[in-house]
Design a protein around this ligand. Structure first.
Ligand code: 13P
Length: 252
């Protein structure tokens, strides 16, 4: 039985006061007994503040949006895995399409970051997904397959035991254009089947999230699909009520 997971990716949004209000709002709507896992991924500089807000123990889990591919040393501007775990981060988003497209993170870098996360006990939320051009050229499965292979070839199927994969079609991110539940399910099913070739148990237990314009109004239909185990939420995670509704939609 896979435990549903909903993660909020705040991206580059929020001030100290907005973050405090948002976390307070979310905490009012979720409780520790929740049968799902709820993760927030604030920008790096807000992680200490978020860690303080969550210190009392309340069922919200902290994650990061990115991490360095290096462990420590002369890497100006980078943030290491151990700095994140020091603040209690349990998850790290790896290979988000914005990092791939805007910051030149290729498959090799993504695989390196994935490895550093695993080594440091941070669960990677590995993002994969096709662009609109790739979908229209009927290359969705090939794209997702290659992105997964880049990590599997380096780290093996065993590393997937402690991994979450997020399918985020690039054309659905921040566009208001969500994949239909059927479109999302088809790709999730493809991912699970691919992983099953390596290890059936790993494939059966890994959580696969959908991301891309998830809102309170469409979350339940997406999360009802058999291979969709929750969501990676961008814009809608900045509104406490909307995010809480999305979390509730993941409870089965
Ligand atoms: P939106 O929910 O804003 O489309 O963003 C999705 C996303 O990129 C989450 O990582």
């Amino acid at each position: 039985m896979r435990r549903p997971l909903v993660a909020g990716n705040w991206k580059m949004n929020g001030s100290r006061s907005q973050a405090t209000a948002l976390i307070d709002g979310i905490l009012q709507g979720i409780s520790e007994e929740n049968s799902i896992e709820v993760v927030i991924c604030p920008p790096f500089v807000l992680i200490p503040l978020a860690a303080e807000c969550l210190a009392v123990g309340n069922g919200l889990i902290l994650g990061a949006q990115n991490l360095s591919s290096q462990s420590a040393g002369a890497y100006t501007g980078e943030v290491s895995a151990t700095m994140l775990t020091d603040y209690g981060c349990k998850y790290a988003i790896v290979g988000h399409s914005e990092r791939r497209a805007l910051y030149g993170e290729n498959d090799a870098v993504v695989a390196q970051k994935f490895g550093v996360a695993i080594e440091n006990n941070l669960t990677p939320i590995l993002c994969v997904g096709e662009t609109l051009a790739q979908r229209e050229a009927d290359e969705t499965e090939k794209t997702v397959n290659d992105q997964l292979d880049a990590v599997l070839q380096q780290h093996g199927i065993e590393a997937m035991v402690k991994t979450v994969v997020a399918y985020e079609p690039v054309w659905a991110i921040g566009t208001g254009r969500t994949a239909t539940p059927q479109q999302a399910q088809a790709v999730h099913h493809f991912i699970r089947n691919k992983l099953a070739v390596g290890d059936k148990n790993v494939a059966a237990n890994i959580r696969l999230l959908y991301g891309g314009s998830v809102k309170a109004s469409n979350a339940a239909d997406l999360f009802n699909e058999s291979d969709i185990d929750g969501g990676l939420i961008g814009g809608a995670s900045l509104d406490a009520n909307e995010f809480i509704e999305i979390c509730r939609a993941a409870v089965h």
